[in-house]
Design a protein around this ligand. Structure first.
Ligand code: ADP
Length: 195
């Protein structure tokens, strides 16, 4: 018998799934962790998930790291992402590999190149890797990718250069999460049926 696989959508999800993306060093994992804590959501840090579950593909000599095996990663997290529960915060420096139905809020963090340079340098990145990542930020690659992959109304560009901005961004994302809950999904449908 064919297996019936549940694939949640924004209409069926109880809590929103949130993607925090941007060039490396823009502050994704720091912010995503705070958002997950404040909302009581699960945090999926993709780079950690890949490391801990052996989801790497081949080794890339130029970048001196393993490339991601996208199919393995998607398989690995699909049960959680397709669940009707929702309430997952994902952090990754890419967004076009995920199915569009997985996310209700997509945040693209941005940072001035001088600041980004310093952050990446203090991580001990090579000049080559810093240049690649800073160029990615200059060209707005992630914002473009997000706009091409998701509906415009769920994509939000946020500056992430100061601790104050980090705080403001946390507040904004929590407001968007609350707005999702109030604007649809099963909770509201069942409320209407009760009336
Ligand atoms: N808005 C911000 N203000 C000040 N420092 C920040 C901000 N966002 C990130 N940082 C700092 O930049 C560094 C990189 O942040 P991180 O969250 O690891 O970035 P990413 O996950 O995007 O690679 C960390 O040291 C973090 O504390």
């Amino acid at each position: 018998m064919a297996q019936i696989i549940n694939m949640a959508t924004p209409e069926t999800r109880h809590k929103p799934n949130i993607l925090i993306t941007g060039s490396p060093g823009t502050g994704k994992s720091t912010l995503a962790q705070q958002v997950a804590e404040k909302l009581g959501f699960e945090f999926i840090e993709i780079s950690k998930e890949v490391r801990e579950n052996n989801l790497q593909g081949e080794f890339d000599e130029q970048y001196n790291c393993h490339v991601l095996d996208e199919d393995k990663l998607l398989d690995h997290i699909s049960d959680r992402m397709d669940s009707d529960d929702g309430g997952i915060v994902v952090d990754y420096h890419g967004c076009d590999l995920f199915p569009e139905r997985w996310f209700d809020v997509v945040v693209v963090l941005r940072c001035a190149t001088e600041k980004l340079y310093d952050r990446l340098q203090s991580r001990g990145y090579s000049e080559f890797k810093i240049k690649e990542n800073v160029e990615c930020e200059i060209f707005g690659t992630l914002l473009e990718e997000a706009k091409e992959s998701y509906k415009e109304e769920i994509v939000h560009e946020l500056q992430s250069e100061t601790p104050d901005q980090m705080e403001e961004n946390l507040e904004k994302i929590c407001e968007w999460a609350a707005a999702f809950k109030n604007s649809g999904g099963q909770e509201q449908q069942s409320d209407e049926m009760d009336q």
